[in-house]
Design a protein around this ligand. Sequence first.
Ligand code: NAP
Length: 352
Amino acid sequence: MTKEKLRVGILGATGAVGQKFIEVLDGHPWFEITALAASARSAGKRYAEAANWIGSSAIPPRIAGMEVVAAAPDLDADFVFSGLDSSAAGEIEPLFARAGYPVISNASNYRMAEDVPLLIPEVNPDHTGLIDFQDRGDGFIVTNPNCSTVGLVCALKPLFDRFGVDAAHVVTMQALSGAGYPGVSSLDALGNVVPYIAGEEDKVVTEPNKLLGRLTEGRIDPAALRISAQCTRAPVLEGHLEAVSVRFPGKVQAEDVKSALRAWRSPIADYGLPTAPARFIEVFEDARFPQPRRHVGLGRGMTVSVGRIRPCEVLDVKFIVLSHNTIRGAAGGAVLNAELLAKQGRLARRAY
Ligand code: NAP
C-alpha cells in the first residue's frame, strides 16, 4: 500500500504473544519491526538472549541480534503493538498514546473502555470511528478481543446480521498456549481438562455485545445478546474449540445457518489487507471436523472454522467453532487491525 514501510515497535516482545507478532510480521509488505521492548529484566539484552523463544521456526536473524529496550515512549517506531502483561499494560499503553503513538493492543485492560475500539476488522471495521472521539493525546489505543470471544463473534456475526440473535450458550476448550509461557503446570495440563480460567467467562459474556454494537454519535450502542459461557483449558497446543448453541428471535433452521455462514461477505473483502484470509469462515460438512490439530492453520491461522451445524434440542441451532488463539485471537488479529487502520489512513510516519 505505502511505498515506505511503517516502523513498528512491539511492547512485550519477549512474551508468547510478542513472539507471535515477530512471526506474523516477518516479511510483512507494509510494516517493519524497528523496536523491541519488554521489562527491565530483558532491557539491554540481545533479543535472542532475552526471549525464551517457543516458536517452531528460528528467530528471524535480523530480530535475534536487536537490542531489547525498556517499554518507554521514546521508541523508534510509527506505532506500537502491545503484547504486554495486563499488570503492565494498564500503565504503559496510555503513556504511549499520550506521547503520540497509536497503540494496537492485545491486553484486556482497555477493551471495554467507552472510548476505545474493540475490533475485529471483518465484524466492525467502522468502530475505528471511535478514535475521532478519543482524547488520550496525539496517539490512540485500539484493542482486539479475548481469544475465545474472537471465534464466537466471528461465527455469530453472519447470523446476527441475517436473523438477529437472542442468546448463545458456549462451552470453550481452550489451548494451553492461551495461558502464555510457562502457563499451566504440566501436572494440571497433561491428560486433563481444567474447568476454570480466571476472568475468562466474564470477557466472553461482555465483549460480544460491544463488538456487535453500533457506533452512533461517538459511542458504541451495545447489542443485547444474552450469553452464557463456561471456559475450560484442554491439553491442546494451539486452537480454541467452542461448542455453541444459539437462540434466534424467529424460526431459523440448521440449513439456514449453514447458508448464512457460506453466503456472508466480509465488509473488508476488497480492501487487500495482507493478513486477511481468503476465506473468513470455513464451513465443514464432515461431522469429525473441525479439529485443532488438523484445521487450526487454515488461512495462515486467520480462518475461523465451523462444523457440526445441527438443530439444538434446547435452543435453536448448535455448532462447533475453532479459531487459532495466538494468531486470529492475538497477534494476527492485531496485525489485521493495524492493516485496517493503515488502509483508513489512521497510521502514518511519525515526525521526530
Ligand atoms: P507473557 O508470555 O507472560 O509475556 C508478557 C510480556 O510482557 C513479556 O514480554 C514481558 O517482558 C512483558 N512485561 C511484563 N511486565 C512488564 C513491565 N512491567 N514492563 C514492560 N514489559 C513487561 O504473556 P502473553 O501470553 O504473551 O500475553 C500478553 C498479553 O496478551 C496479555 O495481556 C494477555 O492477556 C494477552 N493475550 C494473550 C493471548 C494468548 O493466546 N497468549 C491471547 C490474547 C491476548 P519480560 O520477558 O521482560 O518479562
